[in-house]
Design a protein around this ligand. Structure first.
Ligand SMILES: NC(=O)c1ccc[n+]([C@@H]2O[C@H](COP(=O)([O-])OP(=O)(O)OC[C@H]3O[C@@H](n4cnc5c(N)ncnc54)[C@H](O)[C@@H]3O)[C@@H](O)[C@H]2O)c1
Length: 251
């Protein structure tokens, strides 16, 4: 099914993991997708891979905290014809520990990348999204945003902030016909979740919390994002959608 023909999408941190799967899926559904991440080498590799699959993608270096990089991202979209879909996916977690043990520098970094950059990307995308007939803003939060994970204190709180940002921005942008939603993944197999899944004991503990009894795959998340980006999701806004194999009922 190609639900996104003629749409232009920007996905941050999309050279690997969940972001890559989202970029791939949006492109498979017919969108022209701008891939980005911090390192040129990774951008080139991801673009090469998707171009070889016959997908319409362009790539750009973008450190989401860097205003010039963000400007280049939207300039590129403008040159391609506009912007219909922004997926804000980049996140960091530089420190493992309880929330009140987080160092000030890690707190600042977590909130700078996970929250402030998402806010700024959204704010800067709005002029282009307003020109689209089907503007979509999609934030990637986490199940930890609903109930903080042990030892992921500050990261969890940053993801909670995105739940609020989604609701507030959805109300603000509804009169312009732009939908704003958030996807909150559970434990999805990527580099990011390695610590939660790599050892046998960590894996068993993780699975004990997931009613569907399997870890998530990046495609479990990308399909939901594609739905929200498409006309099938046109009447959904201000929602935080958990994609976690039922984990939310065991929090
Ligand atoms: N994997 C999971 O279990 C899981 C669960 C819940 C939420 N998430 C969220 O999903 C998103 C993607 O995570 P992932 O699991 O694919 O892992 P990942 O490590 O592949 O994704 C994080 C990406 O963000 C990028 N990034 C970090 N700082 C950046 C910056 N300043 N500018 C641009 N890019 C930057 C990293 O390079 C990395 O590619 C993140 O928002 C993460 O919080 C992941």
């Amino acid at each position: 099914m190609k639900r996104l023909c003629g749409r232009i999408a920007v996905v941050t941190a999309s050279t690997d993991g969940i972001g890559f799967a989202i970029a791939q899926r949006l492109a498979q559904e017919g969108a022209k997708v701008i891939i980005s991440s911090r390192k040129e080498k990774n951008v080139n590799k991801a673009v090469d891979k998707l171009c070889k699959e016959g997908l319409d993608v362009k790539g750009l270096v973008c450190h989401v905290s860097n205003a010039t990089d963000r400007e280049k991202l939207f300039d590129q979209a403008h040159k391609l014809g506009g912007l219909d879909i922004l997926v804000s996916n980049a996140a960091v977690n530089p420190e493992v520990g309880d929330v009140l043990d987080c160092s000030e520098s890690s707190w600042d970094k977590i909130f700078d990348v996970n929250v402030k950059s998402s806010f700024l990307l959204a704010k800067e995308a709005v002029p282009l999204l307003k020109q689209s007939k089907s503007g979509r803003l999609i934030f990637i939060s986490s199940i930890a945003g609903f109930q903080p994970f042990n030892l992921l204190g500050a990261y969890s709180v940053s993801k909670t902030a995105l739940l609020g940002l989604t609701k507030a921005a959805a109300l603000q942008l509804a009169p312009d016909g732009i939908t704003v939603n958030c996807v909150a993944p559970g434990i999805i197999q990527t580099k990011f979740s390695d610590a939660l899944t790599s050892s046998e004991s960590a894996r068993t503990e993780a699975l004990s919390r997931i009613p569907l009894n399997r870890l998530g795959d990046t495609n479990d998340v990308s399909g939901v994002v594609a739905f929200l980006a498409s006309n099938d999701g046109a009447y959904v806004t201000g929602e935080n959608i958990v994609v976690a194999g039922g984990m939310a009922s065991r929090l």
